[in-house]
Design a protein. Sequence first.
Lengths: 73, 414
Amino acid sequence: MIEIDRTACRAHGVCAGLFPEAVTLDEWGYPIIGEFASRRDERTVAAACPALALHLTRRKPEPDRSASDRSSA
Amino acid sequence: MTPRQGTLSGAVAAAGLGGRGGGGFPAARKLDAARSSHARLIVNACDGEIGAAKDRWVLDHRTAELQHGIDLIRAWSGGLPPLLAIHASSLRAGDPDHPTFTPARRAALDELAAAGTDVLTVPDRYVASEASAIAAAAAGADARPVHHSRPLTQRRRLGEPAITTGRDRGRVTVPPTLVLNAETVWRIAQIAEHGPEWFRSLGTPSAPGPQLFSVAWNGIVSVFDSTAGVRLTELLAGAGAPVSNTSIGGLGGVWANPTEAAAAVLSPEGLARLGGIPEAGAGPTVRCGRPPSGVGSGAITVLPPDRCPVSKIAAWLRYAARQSARQCGPCMFGLDSLASHWSGLSTGDTTLPRLQTLLAEIDGRGACGFPDGVAAMTRSALRAFPDEIARHHRGRCAAEAAAPARAIFHEARP
């Protein structure tokens, strides 16, 4: 799986350019990441990101990844 | 990890305490993770939510019990000396938006400092009091949320720091940190004192225990020590407020119109009914139906009956856009866009489907939960105020049209 560090992403769009079938861009140019065909593609896209915002993870990111830290704005 | 009986986390788990900062995450699970990583405790007393005042009440008026809770948690998890996080404005005298820096607050901070808990001042920005932003501030970085795929309380592997903050802010590693809301720490002390059975005897099965609520009305914030399951109307009566358009939970909460406010019950189930209408497939990322956990931050804001909710929400959305930490694109651009599209809904420059697409583009796409909360609040407002929005579209606002005539200009005549 690919995980995106949204604080690092600068909307270069390289990921969507390389893998249009897996990545689409929102109206501001930030990626919406879907499924990659292979682990190799994931490695390629992570290495290609100019902002180093894409990270390979072994597991699916939890949908409530920040729920435990959602306390207290 | 299963909480063991007879331990602090065992008692907190048996009590069913959910975090009182807004997320409602099980406190015992945080305590267990903090013990295995020797996480540093940071007590969050920021009251960052609009209309919130309860954390400062705990700080000022339950200081000894708060310190007792801090001691219990420190003994449980070890770690660096604890800190108390507050907004910079909570230390300033005479700030119009916050109660004055009273002698009681000074005394409370002195008492905590004497027991080894120092103050961590964070900027007044809304997201500066988000847990990962506080943990970053304690580590010497900007008080802005950091990306973390695992809980702040955990190490990746033994001996490794929890998080490294983003490149353009320099490499600062954030050690394992346990951020707990001030009320949560106070409740932990109460559970240790009175037992989980006492705690469970109050509140509702899904949100047990006593619970603080703040009600902001007419320039005054009243704090109530109540429980989940209380009727909104009881708190409104106690605060001397009318049953009117009401925000429950501020920027990260929900809206109720007067009919809903009259019937609203402040429980996870009651608040879930006031959420937005989940629209399937409205946009690229749809996350809805998050299971109800707790009753949020308990911060309630009542609008005067002649105050238009549509224009009030427009002001809140503009405020939200300014409060973004401006790190994640969908938050930085999305909230600005959301504020202008909300106003556009009234002028006819935007359609509802366009607004819903925008909400889906914002939802779940930040490093912290702030944009998700604002999106959920907006959806709830769309559900609560369809008539007001439609009347705005026709150029006539019901709330303000119904108000008695008010002079807008006075000039003294000789």
